[in-house]
Ligand binder design. Structure first.
Ligand SMILES: [Zn+2]
Ligand SMILES: [Zn+2]
Length: 246
């Protein structure tokens, strides 16, 4: 097959892996404690996140918890209601970095995630992680494939992350009484994250789909890890912040 096509497929696959780790590990586990993973699995997730995104978990968690504390009001790091839809959809990474680099945000919202030995040696060195990820791609498929895959991955990961924060607070269904929205198409592309109205209604729920018509593709993976005794889910049913509107 043509290198460019393989590169596009590889880039999309890497983006999906990064989105899966983002939702189940950074979001559901570290930010909201909805699910806890076995130490070895958590370390594997940290490693995958490091080589695919370079994200520092405590920074991501702090920015995200601040988003929940100030949802769609001044203080929200990436609200389309406050900043405008296009700024968040296309500039999400800028707003993320701006907040993530504020040491007071990390100190206040990620107290429970102090840097450990792994962070000091590996995971706090974002560029080293990304360099390892790109090196693996070059070794496996050559530099042309690595270049195409990296560009596709960056565009897909940043585009979908932006969509969760921008589309997920602008367009779609609002079955529960909050400003976030549910979008089936976005949920299918982001392992359930597109069910963002559900998430804001019950942030500690490990499963983001609340009825049989909604699809959270991360849930079967979490369930499998639970069955293998590699994960523990905190709540057996969603605990709503307010009374549901439906
Ligand atoms: Zn949100
Ligand atoms: Zn959240």
């Amino acid at each position: 097959m043509h290198t460019a096509i393989v590169g596009v497929i590889a880039g999309l696959a890497i983006a999906q892996v990064a989105i899966l780790i983002t939702t189940i590990y950074l979001h559901r586990s570290l930010s909201h404690k909805a699910v806890t993973f076995d130490r070895r699995i958590a370390l594997f997730f940290r490693f995958l996140l490091w080589i695919t995104t370079g994200i520092r978990p405590r920074q991501w968690v702090a920015v995200h918890r601040k988003h929940h504390a100030f949802t769609d009001i001044p203080g929200d790091p990436h609200s389309p209601v406050v900043l405008g839809f296009y700024k968040v959809q296309f500039g999400n990474v800028y707003y993320y970095r701006k907040e993530a680099l504020r040491s007071e945000t990390v100190a206040k919202y990620a107290k429970d995630l102090q840097p450990d030995r792994w962070d000091e040696i590996l995971f706090d060195h974002s560029l080293v992680g990304l360099a390892i990820g790109i090196s693996i791609l070059i070794l496996v498929g050559g530099w042309r494939l690595a270049l195409v895959a990296s560009i596709v991955h960056i565009v897909a990961y940043l585009g979908l992350s932006g969509a969760i924060n921008a589309v997920g607070h602008s367009f779609g269904k609002r079955p529960y009484d909050n400003l976030a929205t549910n979008n089936t198409w976005l949920a299918l592309m982001t392992f359930g994250e597109g069910l963002h109205n559900n998430h804001h209604a019950a942030p500690t729920a490990a499963k983001l789909s609340f009825d049989s018509k909604e699809i959270d593709l991360a849930w079967p993976i979490i369930s499998l890890l639970v069955r293998l005794h590699l994960a523990t889910v905190r709540l057996s049913a969603p605990k709503f912040k307010r009374q549901p509107a439906r």
